[in-house]
Write a protein that binds this ligand. Sequence first.
Ligand SMILES: [Zn+2]
Length: 199
Amino acid sequence: MAQQDPLIAQLIEAFRALPSIGQRSAQRMAYHLLQENRQAGLNLAKQLTAAMEGIHGCEVCRDFSSQPVCRICSDAARRQGQVCVVESPADCLAFEQTGVFHGRYFVLMGHLSPLDGVGPDELGLDLLQKQLASGEIEELIIATSSTLEGEATARFLVQMAGSAGVKTSRIAQGVPLGGELGFVDGMTLAHALSGRRPV
Ligand SMILES: [Zn+2]
């Protein structure tokens, strides 16, 4: 078999960076764009570059944002003192889609996982600590997942908020065990939020 053109091989390899994309799917995507839709390919390249270079963490909540402070954290109509702690930007999106939450978020970008080297610093908890200490947070709503790591993270957050004298609540169960919030339907999530209990 002749060697594949290196530029095509590199394109296929680049597609393999996407989750659950193997060699065959990557090949299909590369050939599709080259053969059928070069304009879409160019647009994809442009948007990828813009997003990868222009999206960083919000200085207040760590959610993805193209501005130093994201739209939610700079929205005066939101209750900035009510902070919902989630594991990922996808979780924020899930809450936003329910339309029932009017506070803001704090995005951990993971959960405590000592074996993987993920400790409080990696989750930005020093930043959250400052916000708790400054008195700007009235209620911390903990919406980490119901996995073992998510629960351990929740306990850690309860202690942190407790020593700062900030009241905490945990969203109600009904979110499937081990489920990621991003995949829970809006109704379930809205109920979990309204049924949150003090912890
Ligand atoms: Zn923000």
